[in-house]
Design a protein around this ligand. Sequence first.
Ligand code: DOR
Ligand code: ZN
Length: 349
Amino acid sequence: MPTTISIKRPFDGHLHLRDGDVLRAVIGETSAVFGGAIIMPNLVPPVVTKLDAESYRARIAAALPGGHRFEPCMTLYLTEMTEPDDVERAYASGLVRAVKLYPAGATTNSQSGVQSIANVMPVLERMAKIGLPLCVHGEVNSPDVDIFDRELVFVETVLDPLHRRLPELRVTMEHVTTAECVDYIRASGANLSGSITPHHLIINRNAILAGGIKPHYYCLPVPKRERHRLALRAAAVSGDPRFFLGTDSAPHTDSSKECACGCAGVFNATNALSCLAQVFEQEGALDRLEAFASIYGPAWYGVPITAEMVTLVRQSDPVSFPCEIHTAAGPIKVFDPLFPLYWVVARRP
Ligand code: DOR
Ligand code: ZN
């Protein structure tokens, strides 16, 4: 087994950086290792227009630690008021790489999201025409749909009809959590892809619910049964370019997770690449880590693939990571994969 591997700097296909104090505290965790990321727009208020994205991008650039090179690839939050011309201008200027669809009420700060796909068809048609990808939080959140079935029901009742109606639209099913969604993407053509998080490769629903409620493993879509985790692993290491890394690192302060109605989100930026290396080693697929983490994501989004490298070293003893990071808003727990990590990023660009 190799003890050192060098890969192109990874690209995070799905990242929450938040704003203000939390942005300043978390961004360096990602930018120390990753060369760029698709930045989620679910701020309060959300990043809806080209102007919003310009100003958020400037705040991210200002928060970057000195010496870090990092490309924030901006997204727009799709609402039923979104104007096709504004989206096209944002894409043409190079500022925006994707538009994000949150079904209204499905997850954190999704209140301004979409009630009905029919109401955003003009925007989606324009995106299909210009080749701009739609990032999707793929869950149907009506109260009559069981939380463990929400992704599957989305695939059947929203994604499939949309894909049939507008097959030219490029769609990323983000943070895929089910074997059925993996199969759907596999069976589709080149215009559907899926991002996969490190935590959904590592935990199943037992991590949240067995032996007491563990709020730091609660995220959306909620991790499913073991067979789904195994299907995600198989997709991640398959070498199929339609599956790539999106960490969905989603910081929430401990106090907003450890309470009667805790927020959804796992903060994994600090150890995401070490976790992934461990998973790929367990799967005997370290030779495919670079493609999954550093090539397929930027290729899908049309982001130039970096020439910069990072080196991972496998240590003989487990590596310790900080359990939490401190922010002016309070501490934020770092994802604990529940197994020892041996890979550490030894050389940064
Ligand atoms: O667990 C999640 N956290 N899933 C999401 O879709 C949103 C995210 C967040 O913003 O906290
Ligand atoms: Zn997310």
